[in-house]
Ligand binder design. Structure first.
Ligand code: AVJ
Length: 332
């Protein structure tokens, strides 16, 4: 098994959680970025969300990768260096790696080291010939990712799961530009993007009956109490998620159930009844909307794979304008 232990990239700021939460509580409206959902408990809860009947993105994308994985491998090159952003449990990744030759290399990037260790070990067992090169770094800071070696090998950014949906359209263009730098001249990208659809389906996906999404959202408060010494009534907040059609995004919030306060870092933050902490956006893009953003970032949309209902898209983007373009393929 050719796998190395995760390389901790230097720019990890251990106080970042503390700094960002304090800053988020001071501003109006209050907000805390979604990357802080993913401690070990949060990563486990997200895996649980993916098993619910309401949360369709994971199994829909899995179906697309399962049906078209071989075609995708053909387009990206079977001995490429596959750089996965926010790899998490990498549950879908074997559907692509199985079509890549042993010469390829896999570079999972994730902020949660224990999760990275576990998924790298599992994939290393499944693909013993393949070089595993895990990097423990925050992919929202792609500009600081250092990846040496692999001269003469095509670099392909793999970004499944519609995690791009956490970015505003302007942030999407910026992240795609940083990804282009990391990929280099003849680089490519395979990115999963959740599409616009009926509001009922979207709202249900973020309010599953089992309550895993609510627990995932509320886990942020548990982290603040456990890791930052924040003091407040843990039952004082409720989960809220809804589709904001004007902005084309699901919004998640923690809603104050009454007048109360949070004490943290020597400061006291007063909440009115109904006041919220905005914890996540999940933008939904039509294929055309996303291709426009890709163009703006210097990428050339070359291929699109989608499921039978058109609910989810996997885009193939290239940095080589001259590469052949095909329309799109729809699943069975
Ligand atoms: C991992 C960001 C793609 O936005 O759908 C799932 C996270 N939040 N349920 C998403 C999430 C609530 C998920 N992403």
């Amino acid at each position: 098994m050719r796998s190395e232990s995760p390389v901790l990239q230097v720019d990890q700021d251990d106080n970042e959680f503390h700094t960002v939460v304090l800053d988020g509580l001071r501003r109006q409206p209050r907000s805390i970025p979604p990357k802080f959902f993913y401690d070990s408990r949060g990563s486990e809860l997200f895996d649980l969300i993916c098993t619910t009947p309401e949360y369709y993105p994971t199994r829909t994308e899995t179906g697309i990768l399962d049906e078209f994985g071989a075609e995708m491998a053909e387009r990206i090159g079977t001995s490429c260096v596959l750089i996965e952003l926010g790899s998490g449990s990498a549950a879908k990744t074997p559907l692509l790696l199985r079509h890549l030759s042993g010469a390829a290399a896999y570079v999972p990037i994730d902020i949660c080291e224990p999760h990275l260790q576990r998924s790298t070990r599992r994939l290393g067992m499944l693909f013993p010939q393949m070089r595993m090169h895990p990097l423990c770094v925050d992919y929202t800071r792609l500009h600081s990712v250092k990846l040496d070696g692999y001269e003469g090998r095509r670099r392909v950014i793999f970004f499944p799961g519609s995690s791009i949906g956490n970015c505003t359209p302007a942030e999407v263009v910026q992240l795609l530009r940083h990804a282009a730098k990391l990929a280099g001249a003849d680089g490519a990208m395979l990115i999963g993007v959740d599409s616009k659809k009926s509001h009922d389906v979207l709202n249900a996906a973020y309010n599953d009956a089992a309550g895993h999404t609510a627990a995932f959202n509320l886990n942020l408060l548990a982290r603040m109490r456990r890791e930052l010494g924040a003091r407040f009534d843990p039952d004082g907040f409720a989960h809220r998620a809804y589709y904001n059609s004007a902005l084309g995004r699901i919004e998640m919030h923690l809603v104050s159930r009454r007048k109360q306060f949070i004490q943290m870092g020597g400061e006291t933050f007063h909440f009115e009844d109904g006041e919220t902490i905005h914890t996540e956006n999940s933008y939904k893009y039509t294929a055309q909307e996303f291709q426009q953003l890709a163009w703006a970032a210097g990428w050339h949309p070359k291929m699109l794979w989608t499921d039978r209902k058109g609910w989810f898209n996997v885009h193939y983007l290239s940095l080589s304008a001259g590469e052949a373009t095909h329309s799109h393929r729809q699943g069975r």
